[in-house]
Ligand binder design. Structure first.
Ligand SMILES: [Zn+2]
Length: 251
């Protein structure tokens, strides 16, 4: 039976929802990287284009899911749906972690033009894109710096800023420490720490260290949720200010 093509609109919707991450790679292997892949019909009925019946899978997983011989022992429809919803929930922090690494990524193409020592006179063509990317990056950084400098000045000038009062409150809300692997005692970088019930979210340094302030108006007790792909979630209640907190995660 010929496979009816998936309407473009639905295809785009599915691709956007998963950001081209494979939910099986993510759910079973903790791999949240972008993949080349295809959209699978989970009930194996290729005419059922209900978005709930569709999941973007990497090519190997798509083939594995589709092949009729492996259906009996392979992944079940309900399992994949569950993995898919786990992926959708985890995407904001996956994207946030990736955004943190973006500045390093922006450096790479710049370095590559350096081959042959011709950095000051870049070739035409592909280098044009590199220059545009670097220029965009620099302009964004400058814009951020400008905002960072101007906003507090404006607040001070307009009398909006009760800086001293806020600083005192901030100090009360300071929480610092390290996230470590319970088995190896090594620090865990890029672990995410959220303050339950509030909007604050932080990511640990490469060493696993973190320091942040629950501000303004820190409550007496704060519930922290620590998460990292490949480790179990950790919930812990602390009373800020806290120093040298050690949060160890189980595999
Ligand atoms: Zn996969």
């Amino acid at each position: 039976m010929a496979r009816a093509p998936l309407p473009k609109e639905i295809e785009n919707q599915v691709l956007l929802l998963c950001r081209r991450r494979c939910c099986i790679c993510f759910g079973l292997g903790g791999d949240g990287e972008e993949k080349r892949g295809q959209i699978a019909h989970l009930n194996r009925d290729s005419s059922d284009n209900d978005p709930d019946n569709l999941a973007y899978l990497c090519l190997p997983h798509h083939d594995q899911y589709d092949s009729r011989t492996s259906q009996s022992k392979g992944l079940q429809e309900g399992e994949v749906k569950r993995l898919r919803s786990d992926l959708y929930k985890a995407l904001p922090s996956l994207i946030a972690n990736r955004a943190r690494k973006a500045p390093e990524g922006a450096e790479a193409p710049k370095g590559s033009t350096n081959v042959g020592g011709a950095q000051t006179e870049p070739e035409e063509g592909s280098d044009r894109n590199v220059r545009i990317a670097v220029a965009t990056f620099i302009v964004s950084v400058l814009a951020l710096v400008a905002v960072w400098l101007v906003v507090p000045e404006f607040r001070k000038w307009s009398g909006l800023d009760k800086a001293k009062v806020e600083d005192q409150l901030n100090e009360k809300g300071t929480i610092s420490g390290i996230v470590v692997d319970r088995d190896t005692n090594q620090g865990i970088g890029q672990a995410s720490i959220t303050v339950v019930g509030r909007t604050e979210q932080y990511v640990t340094e490469d060493s696993g260290n973190f320091k942040f302030e629950v501000a303004p108006d820190p409550p007496r007790r704060v519930r922290l949720r620590v998460s990292k792909i490949g480790f179990q979630l950790l919930d812990i209640t602390v009373e800020p200010p806290v120093d040298n907190l050690v949060l160890s995660l189980h595999k």
